[in-house]
Design a protein around this ligand. Structure first.
Ligand code: ZN
Length: 311
């Protein structure tokens, strides 16, 4: 039994959206407060074939990783208020959009939503990994949201080619290791360049970088329910309030864990270090049903918008 568990853990450790082995090697700025880590999950094989139990929840398992459940609804018929009550109120807004890398296979849309009241700028980049669908599904819905105050930019899907092909990459490259990108580089480097410079131009108070993870890694990538930061500067209160409120069951369907910094070349880390803009990467677990994942993504975005006085 112990050997099976060890093998299972080793297999699960191999893959993860945030690639913990890479992030571990870099030195993180010390947080001003140390959050309580979420307890280690328990993983148990079951009597049923092709299933595994993680913290009491049963998941489909292919012998190597947890299998993503089928999507049972039409994402294009859903709106943010189908998932999150915070979006129930409809405000008058101005809405306009523009393209990044127009004409290229990575061409994608940023929607700018401006509320009637003055307020901060927040930027959401959804799905730089194209196969992390709840991230960019949430982003597409957010592009039709309304806000009371401030300005919300929503880029979705950040990796349009990957979203079409249900792939993490752009071509063969991981776009979340290509930041700040290169205007004359590969397709992946060019979309990274476009995203990085769009964020730089808009100067948001905070960047929300929406992702998902297929597996958990003990202590790091816990069920993929993670918040990742590279620097807490400028968001100390918000980050810990959000984290602790998820752990108290006030925000999401399960507690979120924390880790960081983002790996070298990631959007999170590059924006934090080179632009001084605080960034939170949100990871939901692809073993859960899509409704739950989209809901958790949107609840975290809504939490930040409300915190900033925009809802
Ligand atoms: Zn990802």
């Amino acid at each position: 039994m112990k050997r099976i568990l060890t093998l299972l853990l080793a297999a699960l450790l191999l893959f993860g959206c945030s690639q913990p082995a890479e992030t571990k090697q870099t030195s993180a700025p010390e947080p001003t407060t140390t959050p309580e880590p979420t307890a280690e999950p328990t993983v148990e094989p079951t009597e049923e074939p092709n299933t595994v139990v993680i913290d009491g929840e049963v998941f489909l398992y292919d012998g190597f990783s947890v299998v993503e459940p089928e999507v049972t609804f039409d994402i294009y018929e859903k709106t943010v208020s189908d998932f999150v009550d915070d979006f129930d109120t409809v405000y008058e807004v101005d809405r306009e959009s523009y393209l990044l890398t127009p004409g290229a296979d990575t061409e994608t849309t940023v929607v700018k939503i401006t509320g009637r009241e003055p307020g901060p700028v927040v930027y959401v980049a959804a799905g730089i990994h194209g196969n992390e669908r709840a991230a960019w599904y949430a982003g597409l819905m957010l592009q039709n949201a309304t806000i009371k105050a401030g300005t919300l930019y929503v880029l979705a899907p950040a990796n349009a080619q990957g979203a079409r092909l249900n792939r993490r990459t752009v071509g063969d490259e991981d776009p979340n290791r290509c930041f700040p990108g290169d205007v004359n580089g590969t397709l992946a480097q060019r979309i990274c360049y476009a995203i990085f410079h769009d964020i730089e131009e808009k100067q948001p108070e905070i960047l929300l970088d929406l992702h998902e993870a297929i597996v958990y890694s003990a202590g790091r990538d816990y069920l993929g329910s993670n918040l990742i930061y590279s620097s807490l500067t400028g968001m100390e209160d918000l980050f810990f309030d959000l984290l602790f409120d998820t752990q108290d069951g006030k925000v999401t369907s399960r507690p979120f864990n924390v880790n960081g910094p983002g790996p070298a070349g990631s959007m999170n880390r590059t924006v934090a270090e080179e632009l001084g803009i605080p960034a939170i990467t949100v990871e939901t677990f692809r073993g859960f049903q899509m409704e739950r994942r989209v809901s958790d993504q949107l609840k975290i975005v809504a939490y930040v918008l409300r915190y900033k006085g925009m809802l």
